[in-house]
Design a protein around this ligand. Sequence first.
Ligand SMILES: Cc1ncc(C[n+]2csc(CCOP(=O)(O)OP(=O)(O)O)c2C)c(N)n1
Length: 717
Amino acid sequence: MRSMAAPMRSRRSAVPLRSVPAGPPDRSRVTRIPVEEIREDFRLAWVSRFLDDREIALQKQSRVFFQISGAGHEALLLGLGHELRPGYDWFFPYYRDRALMLSLGVTPEEILLEAVGSSSDPASGGRQMPCHWGYARLNVVTQSSATGSQCLPAVGCAEATRYISRRDLPGCRAHGDELTYVSLGDGATSEGEFWESLNTACTLHLPVLFVVADNGYAISVPTADQSPAAISELLGGFRGLQVHALDGCDYFEVRSRVPAIVSAVRAGVGPALVHARVTRPYSHSAADTQSKYRSREELEEESARDPLVVFEKAVVEAGVLRAEEMAALKEEARQIVQAAARAALAAPRPDPATVTHHVVALPSVPPGAEEADDGSGEVVALGEAIKRTLHEQMALDERIRVFGEDVADAREAVLANVEGKGGVFGTTFGLQRRFGIARCYNTPLAEANIVGRAVGQGIRGLRPVPEIQFFDYIWTAMQQIKTEAATVRWRSNGAFSCPMVLRVPIGGYLAGGAIWHSQSGESIFTHIPGLTVVMPSRAADAVGLLRTALQATDPVMFLEHKHLLRQPYTRDPFPSPGFQIPFGRGRVVLQGDDLTIVTWGALVEKSRQAAAVLQAELGATVAVIDLRSLLPWDRDLVAEQVAHTSRVLVAHEDILTSGFGAEVASWVSEHCFGDLDAPVTRLGATDTHVAYEPTLERAILPQVDDIVAAGRRVLEF
Ligand SMILES: Cc1ncc(C[n+]2csc(CCOP(=O)(O)OP(=O)(O)O)c2C)c(N)n1
């Protein structure tokens, strides 16, 4: 049965690698590196390895709750560290980048503080698993767990470098030759976000250093099962990308090859990708047992290439240090880790009362800002109001950049001779012409790319305004919205934040929009802590909310109802400059005594019409509340109205089941029960998708008659 246990031969052609050189060693590879650096890195390599060992031991004692190692990646990362500048370059690391963190100046104690979950852990204060790095002082950006999702924010960060370094912007800093480092495993190169990031890094010639640390596996899946060839071979068609394959187990090879690669990126030649073969001597994580899927022979073969073994052998064979000196360095590393573990174990644990800290920081709006409108502005509808506010705010704040599919006017070369596009709804019309292509630009047709790049720019202090062309196509950006943008502040315990105003045309009543252009679905996003979700239904609200959104330091989802953009009933005088609307503040559209309709978006106007019918038919006066802001939402206003009318109907365009009305209704039932004279009632679309043919669409989406019927039921209960 021996053949069954033998390691599978790789289907793909191997990247040529040198491990321990056969024959007489080339001494100069070693001797040209200052001996102090060799000592320091050998010691750090062992600090890294001993940190792994210590975490594994502590996990067995239930004093650490997860472990993922950096073992086998040390030589690559320490070699790279010499060319990278902490607090100057920007870092979007992978969880195996333990040795790089040490090289950049993270202390062993800081690393263990995250492993034990201490409140003193600078990366997350006990919120993230070990090895989810994040050190603001070093420009190491807080890391999520989603493999590959770091690549697009990294590209956005590099875009920010270019933009910021040419301007003097408040709160933003950049150096002309800084680079953005992003690393990932061979498995993560299968993620679409990686490819989307390469696309933009190459198109824009951005200073990004991609490092793929290829240890041959993604948990138990061999690299050969992930892709048809080694990543460095697959990338041949990426014009402008320098691709380098090297032996990441050989510290001296990394030291000799990386300087030229990095200086080309710094010089502005464009992005580079290093594909480094490394090893994985420990299992994927403490939850994995690699002997279940890797043969003994394979593991033995790999252990001969262990970078720590290769490092020592090269140094001793070159006669630079003696074996005893290497042993002493190793012993020093052991002591360093022991002391760090003692300190980390004695460090304070987080206070459970802090779990709700740093979810979101709502922007403060000056008192009276909502009344600060003299009504003298030109009367405009919702879409025009949004457009004018973008113009106004971009003129005031150079940190704002608008980007997405079709948002620009036209190619610069033809701009003088054409009208310009400015978005499929015309909302961004004229922004490129007025502010230039650096401030309003088109992106690839790739929603994750759009939002992910906004994440990186927001983290750098810019105020990105990405646009998703239609809500119906937002899903490929979901990982960037939910996993990245919304969690940045919380997962870093407040060390990082991610401002962005994500503008999203939404909703139906278009007669023909169908399933792919008419969906709602705001409740999916109101379920995401860290996001703010607003949905104005008229011009003044749009202006006031957009001005506030552009001052937020966390992501805001700004939902623009397509059907409302040009409706005359959304028109208002364009508000005076000081006018703003705080998040979480609803508006009384109609006063009434007998029933409160709580609504938002397109149903505000329909509810107003329904209220008139109910008054005419039943003599009932109906209050209509436009929430405007869904996350957070105005519980106080709703409670006040329910106390006054004792009857409430929650009406929305989104489908009924798990619509946001369910949240409002359940809150009212729980907190306003004593005020109610009738069951809290909900109205929404049928639990279907939105159809194309107009009579079908009418049957699906709530109409005025439906609101009247539901209102009547509540009133007559
Ligand atoms: C998007 C996503 N899918 C799945 C996982 C679970 N997961 C964590 S690590 C990992 C394998 C990653 O392999 P690779 O990128 O090769 O890195 P390595 O662990 O080998 O260094 C997987 C599947 C995840 N974290 N994120």
